[in-house]
Design a protein. Structure first.
Length: 513
């Protein structure tokens, strides 16, 4: 460095503030007036010897002032401040350059990439896409769970082809796919999406919920279930209950198991149990793949709790019982005729249902009132029971449980002996005596007893007496009136007077014990 005052050349030493030759402050501007420098120099060095500067030699030096620590620290601070000022200028320049670069890059980006993910999301809302198997999916607000641009091919101011990776969720299904979108430039920095939104590549459709309960039940109703070799339609009116009681979804494996509580009651037979419905999610839809009994304990056949005996009584009534039956107490144990037209009631006893062959075994008790003969008849029946039908398979021979014959009243005897002849003596001669009972005489009849031979309750011996006038005196005569049961199609069995024998008849004693 060359001092502006003394013109001597010297090297700058760190911390040096004054010229080593003339003592001038070297940090002052080098354009300072030489005379002012000299004056300052003279004032600071009053106590020193004044030299003739103009006559000094090149190697003459002045005494150096003492450099203090304070001056050194001040110099360092001033130096750092200068560096800081230089740094701020540099940072400002770099910031301006960075902003210019960002602006340029942003301009280039916006021009080269007309739409961003936010714009795409807005544009595809309310669009409808068709999934690979034909399911229509309406993209509504809130259905887009994730969206990112995977690939794009942009032709500035023409079109922008974009592949978007998207996850859609409408609460029913989740769709993971790529959408192929196209934007067309319409001018004035406006890009419009093409209405056609296409799927690209592999699409995964995953269920989020199972099949709707009503849909499950409707599908179940379209099927049949096998109950003891009976194929039973679950849509029939006698299916009284179909209720979902549990669901076991496994959506990750695209399947679900549903249990349906079922009751079938036709009023004839009944069956209850649980149906296991297996569903799979396939081709974007839930499908029922199988319906089966949940266990072997389900769907046992039983007689319906509401089973009415009238159902089988009606069948029995149609099976007319016009036949010969026997009983040891009547007609000597030989057969007598029974007509169902005289049956007054039918009761069912001893019901026994066999679910294996669906057979119902019953005993029907008939109350038959055929005129003067009342009987209780039993017949065993075997019926085949179906959910909607009862079939008569076979029946046994009718037996007589009990028999009752009406007694003969005095009035009946009185009305029937009027005009009848009393058998007297001399039976083997044409002139044997006989007497025809008059109306007045019949009114005098008195009953002593009525009896029937053993095993012949169809015969009645009526023992009694009447008073009659023989032309001279009023006499009383004992007699026996014989009555037999006779059948008539319209009246049934009725008592018919066969004969009357008087005590004078040789036959009278045969009937007196």
């Amino acid at each position: 460095m060359i001092c502006n005052i003394c013109k001597n050349e010297f090297e700058i030493i760190d911390g040096l503030k004054y010229c080593p030759y003339c003592g001038t402050n070297i940090e002052e501007t080098i354009e300072s007036n030489g005379e002012q420098i000299k004056e300052n120099y003279n004032n600071e060095e009053k106590k020193e010897t004044i030299y003739d500067i103009n006559n000094k030699n090149k190697y003459d030096t002045l005494p150096m002032p003492v450099i203090t620590d304070k001056q050194i620290n001040k110099y360092k601070k001033e130096k750092k401040f200068k560096l800081l000022k230089k740094s701020k200028v540099i940072i400002t320049i770099l910031t301006i350059f960075f902003l210019i670069s960002i602006g340029g890059f942003g301009y280039i980006f916006l021009v080269g990439r007309p739409v961003d993910e936010g714009k795409i999301k807005e544009d595809i809302i309310n669009k409808t896409i068709t999934l690979p198997k034909g399911t229509k999916f309406d993209i509504k607000e809130g259905y887009i769970k994730s969206l990112s641009i995977k690939e794009r091919n942009t032709k500035k101011k023409e079109k922008d082809d974009i592949k978007v990776e998207i996850t859609l969720n409408n609460g029913i299904i989740e769709v993971n796919t790529l959408l192929l979108l196209q934007y067309v430039y319409t001018g004035n920095n406006v890009w419009k999406i093409n209405d056609k939104v296409q799927l690209y590549g592999n699409t995964v459709v995953k269920p989020l919920v199972g099949m709707d309960e009503n849909q499950i039940l409707n599908e179940v109703k379209k099927t049949n279930i096998l109950i003891f070799n009976i194929s039973k339609s679950l849509s029939d009116n006698d299916v009284k209950k179909l209720e979902i009681i549990s669901r076991k979804p496994d959506f990750n494996n695209f399947k679900e198991e549903v249990l349906v509580d079922t009751n079938i009651d036709s009023g004839i037979i009944s069956s209850s149990g649980k149906i296991k419905v297996n569903l799979i999610f396939e081709d974007e839809l839930w499908k029922i793949v199988s319906i089966e009994k949940n266990s072997d304990e389900d769907f046992k056949l039983v007689l319906s709790p509401s089973f009415s005996e009238d159902k089988i009584i009606e069948i029995i009534k149609k099976d007319t019982q016009n036949q010969m039956v026997t009983h040891p107490d009547i007609f000597g144990g030989k057969g007598f005729y029974i007509n169902d037209t005289f049956t007054k009631s039918i009761n069912i006893e001893n019901k026994d249902f066999n679910p294996q062959n669906q057979n119902l075994n019953v005993t029907a008790k008939r109350q038959n009132l055929s005129g003067e003969l009342k009987s209780v008849l039993s017949t065993d029946y075997v019926f085949k029971l179906y959910f909607n039908n009862i079939e008569l398979l076979k029946k046994s021979k009718t037996t007589v449980d009990s028999i009752n014959v009406n007694e003969i009243s005095k009035d009946f005897v009185t009305s029937t002996i009027e005009g009848a002849e009393i058998e007297g003596n001399n039976l083997f001669f044409w002139y044997y005596n006989k007497h025809k009972i008059t109306t007045e005489e019949s009114k005098t009849f008195k009953t002593n007893k009525i009896s029937s031979p053993k095993g012949l309750r169809n015969i009645k011996y009526v023992y009694g007496s009447i008073a009659y006038n023989d032309g001279k005196d009023l006499k009383t005569i004992n007699l026996i009136a014989f009555y037999y049961l006779v059948y008539d199609n319209s009246k049934g069995y009725y008592w018919k007077l066969d004969r009357i024998i008087g005590e004078d008849s040789p036959n009278y004693k045969m009937y007196i014990s």
